[in-house]
Design a protein around this ligand. Structure first.
Ligand code: PLP
Length: 385
């Protein structure tokens, strides 16, 4: 694996022009469940698509190179990627997870812990004392999600990884919100990087998928083997589409984050906004860490609308340019109300403990013209007066 090629070039060109059969410029899609044996006891590189497939392998190799890992496993969803990493834990193991992570991650970890499959401590990882107390429990795994969904809290990956490793834990970072274009957790000390490729890596809101990158070759091999055993691997067609989307990751996210920066500044000044959460703002508590560990601030942000449930309803019904829908990272701008949508499954108590209020709105900023998006938000605020 060549590590010194420029990352944008890897995204745009890995595997291009490599087809030995016909010289296809775009890598072919291998829609086959099974592969011939060359002869008795002579398996080829691939024998069965659940275990391995060239289209999926090329996506895995590309993401592994972008993240600077030893290898990657492509899964059918981001949740399957998280579950694959959770599968490394035994019943006596402890996982330290963020108290304000994506609601589906919270639900999965809490449900498996309730079945006795491992123990969990959900902590505010920016709270020094809470983190130290959790690490005294000698966890096997520390899961970091930074910036967190939906509050955009920033965790110092290097600092937490160093402390987690000293406590004997492996570290997994969910890098979905930034992608390797803006943050590379393995270089900061992570053992695993998790992605919902559904978001920025594919970027077109038409494929659900996931990936786990491992820093260590043995861990990479173990995840690949386990993904075959449990059957969580992604479909080849999905891998083909995701790689097609990944080709434009860098220019997409560069423009999206420029617009997000403008929108964050606009929201921060707006009298109907009680708080704006965007790590690119100097007022954000994680701004300095984000500046140090990220190469950009990303295109996700959230804000607290001044008022209550009635204002939220009026705003989301009037806003233009942002479609009311879950998910993020696509070329189209979306607005979500975490309390009733993405984080509803957490339950009100866990949500309030995590600081996710009922007036919080989350924006995923797409590729539309900046002035149209600002004008669309203005329509939303106009409905409040
Ligand atoms: N991780 C984060 C940070 C997410 O936001 C999501 C989904 O929104 C997931 C994981 C789960 O990914 P998927 O929906 O592809 O299963």
């Amino acid at each position: 694996m060549s590590l010194n090629r420029n990352l944008q070039t890897i995204a745009a060109a890995n595997g291009i022009g490599a087809d030995a059969n016909f010289g296809a410029v775009t890598p072919p899609l291998y829609l086959t469940t099974t592969f011939t044996f060359a002869g008795y006891e002579q398996a080829r590189a691939y024998d069965y698509t659940r275990a391995g497939n060239p289209s999926r392998a090329l996506l895995a190799d590309t993401i592994a190179q972008l993240e600077g890992g030893a290898g990657a496993t492509i899964t059918a969803s981001g949740m399957a990627a998280i579950d694959l990493v959770l599968g490394t834990l035994g019943s006596d193991d402890l996982i330290v997870a963020p108290h304000d992570c994506y609601g589906g991650t919270y639900r999965l970890i809490a449900a498996r812990a309730a079945k006795g499959q491992f123990n969990v401590a959900f902590v505010d990882q920016s709270d020094e004392a809470a983190l130290a107390a959790a690490l005294r429990g000698r966890p096997a795994l520390v899961l970091i999600e930074t910036p967190s969904n939906p509050l955009m809290r920033v965790v110092d990956i290097h600092a937490v990884s160093t402390r987690a490793k000293a406590a004997g834990a492996k570290v997994a970072v969910d890098n979905t919100f930034l992608s390797p274009a803006l943050q590379r957790p393995i270089a900061l000390g992570a053992d695993y990087v998790i992605h919902s490729t559904t978001k920025y890596l594919n970027g077109h809101s038409d494929v659900v998928g996931g990936a786990v990158v491992a820093a260590d070759p043995d861990d990479a091999a173990q995840l690949a083997e386990w993904s075959n055993i449990t059957g969580v691997t992604g479909a080849p067609f999905d891998a083909f589409l995701t790689l097609r989307g990944l080709r434009t990751l860098f220019p997409r996210i560069a423009q999206q984050q420029r617009t997000a920066g403008t929108i964050a500044a606009y929201l921060e000044r707006h009298p109907r906004v009680a708080a704006t959460h965007y790590p690119g703002l100097a007022s954000h508590p994680g701004h300095a860490i984000a500046q140090a560990q990220q190469t950009g601030f990303g295109a996700m942000l959230s804000f607290e609308l001044a008022g209550g449930a009635d204002e939220v309803r009026r705003f989301v019904e009037a806003v233009e340019g942002f479609t009311l829908a879950e998910s993020l990272g696509g070329v189209e701008s979306l607005i979500a109300h975490p309390a009733t949508m993405t984080h509803a499954s957490m339950g009100a108590e866990a949500r309030h403990a995590a600081g996710i209020s009922d007036t919080l709105l989350r924006l995923s900023v797409g590729l539309e013209a900046e002035e149209d998006l600002v004008a669309g938000l203005e329509r939303g605020f106009g409905a409040l007066t």
